[in-house]
Design a protein around this ligand. Structure first.
Ligand SMILES: Nc1ncnc2c1ncn2[C@@H]1O[C@H](COP(=O)(O)OP(=O)(O)OP(=O)(O)O)[C@@H](O)[C@H]1O
Length: 340
């Protein structure tokens, strides 16, 4: 797992801020296959939360669910409340207004989300004018300001650039500017640094961290990369096989994880940090959420599994050292963290 290097984290958000987003028992099926089940998580105003897990664990589907961006044929149950609004019940027009102006999402490949033959400035102006009744000249000023805020060196010139004239890191900053120009309260960032080299990853992380503070923005950061998470997030939600299995303070997760799968992820990232040639994967193949194993979904790969883990389904419950975890053995296990 690549990392961004040691970027100090900002821990200024206390746990007393009101919940901005509350997801409760979210379940998503597509084509008759249940891909998410019992997904619950909370994000407070201004909070930076990581969403981690191996490929296929359901991170992106969770992110898309929050913004009502799942395929039309998906069936969704549970509840997603954003600032008091029930996102699963809201009508299409309200949803369109919320997206972009109150909640935004950015993706791994900014070039795929930006128009190739329209200057980036015009694309940002379009977003502003889709949400706010402002004149083009005012929208242009806002766009230039935002391009400056994300740290692009010459915002005026960037306004007229096409994406093929910009580097990957600059495109990602343009994408961030576009997502934040209407000052949303929550940004869902899906692998925003994965396509970038390590130095540029660190720059993008530091831009997100600064903007979160300056704009009082909450961020749900979806990533494989625990280095990026530890640089940015104060809390980390871990998914396995379509479920949340652990929800913990970032320091707790890294130093003394409370779920065997979370511990395996931490260990895998630590191994790849110290000994990149060793790869650092987790033994065994990830379970398929459409055909989960009986009992605890992680038990076939879990070195700590007992007989009961093969039969009983663990609930996501308060853990010994704070946070919540989904493990029948959470009371007696002591799991190694980074550097152990
Ligand atoms: N539109 C879809 N139709 C059918 N299955 C889907 C669809 N989107 C995702 N899936 C399946 O749902 C599961 C979760 O996918 P998701 O993309 O949310 O995982 P992820 O954790 O984000 O993985 P990655 O890190 O690779 O992006 C996977 O088994 C995936 O194949």
């Amino acid at each position: 797992m690549a990392t961004t290097g040691p970027v100090p984290r900002d821990d200024t958000t206390g746990d007393t801020a009101p919940a901005l987003l509350e997801v409760h028992d979210l379940a998503v099926s597509i084509g008759g296959h249940q891909l998410l089940s019992e997904v619950s998580l909370t994000i407070r105003s201004g909070e930076l939360v990581g969403l981690v897990g191996e490929s296929g664990s359901g991170k992106t589907l969770t992110g898309l669910s929050l913004l009502g961006l799942l395929p039309a044929h998906a069936s969704v149950r549970g509840s997603v409340r954003f600032d008091g609004v029930d996102m699963l019940e809201v009508d299409a027009e309200r949803l369109r207004r919320i997206r972009g102006s109150e909640m935004s999402m950015i993706f791994q490949e900014p070039r795929a989300s930006l128009h190739p033959s329209r200057p980036v400035g015009k694309q940002i102006v379009d977003v502003i004018r889709a949400h706010e009744p402002v004149r083009v000249a005012d929208a242009r000023r806002q766009a230039v300001d935002m391009l400056g805020l994300v740290g692009l060196p010459n915002p005026q010139r960037t306004m007229d650039a096409y994406i093929h004239q910009l580097s990957g890191g600059m495109c990602q900053r343009v994408m961030i500017a576009m997502a934040l120009v209407c000052r949303p309260r929550l940004l869902v960032a899906d692998e925003p640094t994965t396509a970038l080299d390590v130095t540029i990853q660190a720059q993008v992380v530091s831009v997100l961290r600064r903007l979160a503070r300056e704009l009082d923005l909450a961020v749900l950061l979806i990533t494989h990369n625990l280095g990026v998470v530890s640089a940015l997030c104060s809390r980390v939600v871990t998914m396995y096989c379509g479920q949340v299995v652990n929800d913990d303070d970032a320091d707790q997760l890294l130093s003394a994880p409370q779920h065997p799968y979370a511990a395996a992820l931490v260990r895998a990232s630590d191994v790849s940090l110290d000994h990149p040639d060793e790869g650092g994967g987790i033994a065994g193949a990830p379970a398929n959420p459409a055909r989960p194993p009986r009992g605890c979904r992680f038990h076939p790969r879990c070195p700590y599994a007992e007989e009961r883990c093969t039969e009983h389904v663990p609930a996501l419950e308060p853990a010994r050292h704070g946070g919540r975890t989904r493990c029948l053995r959470s009371d007696d296990l002591v799991l190694p963290g980074v550097g152990a």
